[in-house]
Design a protein around this ligand. Structure first.
Ligand code: FAD
Ligand code: GLY
Length: 369
């Protein structure tokens, strides 16, 4: 089976790797270099318990399932490349913190909702929060502790996925933009890069926030995807300032990484395809994080960037075969693409190879729009 994948972010690379493992012949097209868009910008939180929104139960279940699959995913990666290079799956937990009455009331609502869902969750005082993270300011008055969330170095992971895909025999075409999908008689035939046509039995659209832009897709099945800008800062941790796990408030998050860096994110802005970090965005993130963890003040600031989250109209991913035979979508992962990678990939591989539509994906099928 010949499969063409449009997009070499974490979703496209992982899918390509797993399809190669299952005997397919895969080509990935990437308009730039792999993993330099949203999958690079991400903070790498694997946090279905912190991030679940009030009406997003199905999405949380998908995240839970993906978190469960992560160790298997990492194990398989260790089989295919130098295991020493594979980043750590870190079950560090999330500490949601509050600095005033408003935050505390908000945290209580978050806590009650998680209790109702029978999740493992604890409401604790500011003092108890400082026992977990001594760097927290005395201004922190309340917190919710979610021990089951995890994190990973997404940048290192993407590098490993590229190696694994190529070591399994996958063909990677970087600096190669797919301009158009080719189809006839309601069936996919391949893709065109403008200068060249490529024939495939199946094509997967994994082009992140550009997934709605591809030529050759009939308008009535075009996925409704838009970019949501997120600015994120990388700091370098020091001996005097090293957080243990994810610290998060309604306005920022801090995620310490294995390599000694600390990611501080993120804004959420409707600015189209604009990826320029702004003074205002950086100021807000730094100020909010500094209020909660004052010692970040002296940390070296090593990078400021913005990424574009691929958001669907209902903010849930779009996974599965479209109304066009042989055209599959793996897009719209919005804020949770790093978390949702294993579940997306394992289930979509089943659908592509065995033509079985997994029940878990029902709420996320392309046909809902
Ligand atoms: P991308 O990584 O954007 O990859 C799509 C690729 O397709 C790009 O490389 C692009 O160049 C390529 N492409 C597009 N069009 C074409 C074309 N026509 N031809 C060829 N190639 C094409 N998620 C989490 O789970 N946890 C987090 O902590 C987290 N934090 C985030 C923080 C920020 C600031 C941002 C912006 C996002 C965050 N996310 C997080 C979300 C996560 O980054 C995304 O959901 C995920 O990376 C989406 O992966 P993707 O492969 O679909 O998209
Ligand atoms: N999931 C974190 C973000 O999208 O900023």
């Amino acid at each position: 089976m010949r499969v063409g994948i449009i997009g070499g972010g974490i979703i496209g690379l992982s899918l390509g790797w797993q399809l190669q493992r299952r005997g397919a012949e895969v080509t990935i097209f990437e308009k730039g270099n792999v993993g330099e868009e949203s999958s690079y910008a991400a903070a790498g939180m694997l946090a279905p318990y912190a991030e679940v929104g009030f009406e997003e139960i199905e999405l949380m279940k998908l995240g839970q399932e993906s978190l469960r699959l992560y160790p298997q995913f990492m194990e398989e990666l260790s089989e295919d490349i130098d295991a020493g290079k594979v980043p750590k799956f870190d079950r560090c937990g999330t500490l949601l913190i509050g600095v005033d009455r408003d935050d505390t009331e908000h945290l209580k609502r978050l806590y009650d909702f998680r209790e109702e869902l029978s999740l493992t969750v604890e409401m604790i005082t500011g003092t108890e929060a400082r026992e977990r993270e001594p760097l927290l300011s005395p201004k922190v008055v309340s917190a919710v502790w979610l021990p089951d969330d995890a994190q990973i170095d997404n940048r290192a992971l993407v590098g490993c996925l590229k190696k694994a895909f190529e070591s399994c025999g996958g063909k990677l075409l970087e600096q190669t933009t797919v301009e158009k999908l080719n189809s006839s008689d309601g069936e996919v035939k391949g893709v065109s890069t403008g200068s060249k046509n490529y024939a495939f039995d199946n094509v997967v659209l994994a082009a992140g926030c550009w997934s709605g832009k591809l030529g050759g897709i009939p308008d009535e099945i075009r996925p409704p995807i838009r970019p949501v800008k997120g600015q994120i800062i990388t700091l370098k941790q020091t001996e005097d300032c090293d957080l243990k796990g994810i610290v998060r408030s309604p306005r920022f998050y801090l995620v310490p990484k294995e390599d000694g860096t600390l990611r501080l994110g993120a804004t959420s802005e409707e600015k189209g395809f604009d990826k320029m970090p702004t003074a205002g965005g950086q100021k807000e993130l730094l100020e909010e994080a500094w209020e909660a963890v004052p010692s970040i003040y002296d940390l070296p600031l090593i990078e400021t960037i913005a990424g574009l989250r691929p958001a669907s109209r209902d903010h849930a991913p779009i996974i599965g075969q479209s109304a066009l035979q042989g055209l599959f979508y793996a897009t719209g992962h919005y804020r949770h693409g790093i978390l949702l990678t294993p579940v997306t990939v394992y289930l979509l591989v089943e659908e592509i190879i065995n033509k079985e539509v997994p029940e878990t994906l029902e709420p996320f099928r392309p046909g809902r729009f």
